[in-house]
Ligand binder design. Structure first.
Ligand code: ADP
Length: 198
C-alpha cells in the first residue's frame, strides 16, 4: 500500500481527538501528525505528544523558513503542521492523520491530492455545547465556537466521508472501517508487485 494522508476535520469538541486516539491504539498503519501551536496547554496535555507547544517567535520563524505545510490563526493562537512530520511518515509507509480545520484541509488536499478526507459531525449543537463544557475547557468563547461550528458544517460537501459521532464506540468502528477501505483501494496498491504474484 502506498501511504497517503488522512485529513480529519470537525467543529471543536465534536470528538476528533477521542476517536483518533482509540483508532491509533489498534491500528499501527496510521499515526497522528502532531500540530504545532502557540496556545497554552490544557490540563494534562503534553508537549510533543498532544501538540508541539511553541512560542510565537518559534512559530513565526518556522513560517518564514517555509517549514510549515499549512498554518492558521484560530481565535488568538497559531496552529500549523510542520511539513517534515507528514513527509517523514509517508516515507515510512505510514498514513499520517492530519487533524485540521476546514480551510487547512483544502490547502493540504491541494498539496496531497491523494489524501482521504473525513468530516466528523456532532449530533446537535446542544450536544456539542455539552461536550465542550464537559471537557473543562476555556469556555468564555463558547457562543463563538458554536457559531463557528455552524459555519464549518457547511463545508461538508468538500469531504469524502461524513462520520456522525453520536455513539462513540460506533464512531470508532466507522473511522477504522473508512481507513481500512481507503487503504484497500486499487489506486493505492503497488500493482506491479501484486500482479507479479509468486
Ligand atoms: P475535538 O478533538 O474534536 O475538539 P474531543 O475529542 O476533545 O473533541 O471531544 C470533546 C469532548 O467530548 C471530550 O470530553 C470527549 O470525551 C467527549 N466526546 C467525544 N465523543 C463523544 C461521544 N460520542 N459521546 C459523548 N461524548 C463524547
Amino acid at each position: 500500500m502506498k501511504a497517503f494522508p488522512i485529513i480529519i476535520s470537525s467543529p471543536s469538541g465534536a470528538g476528533k481527538t477521542t476517536i483518533i486516539d482509540a483508532v491509533l491504539k489498534r491500528n499501527k498503519t496510521v499515526a497522528r501528525v502532531i500540530t504545532a501551536t502557540t496556545r497554552s496547554p490544557r490540563k494534562g496535555e503534553k508537549d510533543g505528544k498532544d501538540y508541539h507547544f511553541w512560542t510565537i517567535k518559534q512559530f513565526e520563524q518556522a513560517i518564514k523558513k517555509g517549514q510549515m505545510l499549512e498554518w492558521a490563526q484560530v481565535h488568538t493562537s497559531y496552529y500549523g503542521i510542520p511539513k517534515k512530520s507528514v513527509d517523514g511518515l509517508l516515507k515510512k509507509g505510514i498514513c499520517p492523520i492530519l487533524v485540521i480545520d476546514v480551510q487547512g484541509a483544502r490547502t493540504i488536499k491541494k498539496i496531497y491530492p491523494q489524501a482521504a478526507t473525513v468530516f466528523i459531525i456532532p449530533p446537535s449543537l446542544k450536544e456539542l455545547k455539552k461536550r465542550i463544557l464537559g471537557r473543562n475547557d476555556n469556555t468564555q468563547d463558547i457562543e463563538l465556537r458554536l457559531e463557528t461550528a455552524k459555519k464549518e458544517v457547511q463545508e461538508l460537501d468538500h469531504y469524502d466521508y461524513a462520520l456522525l459521532n453520536d455513539d462513540l464506540k460506533k464512531a470508532v468502528e466507522v473511522m477504522s472501517g473508512i481507513i481500512t477501505a481507503e487503504q484497500c483501494r486499487v489506486v493505492r496498491q503497488d500493482l506491479k508487485k501484486i500482479k507479479n504474484l509468486k
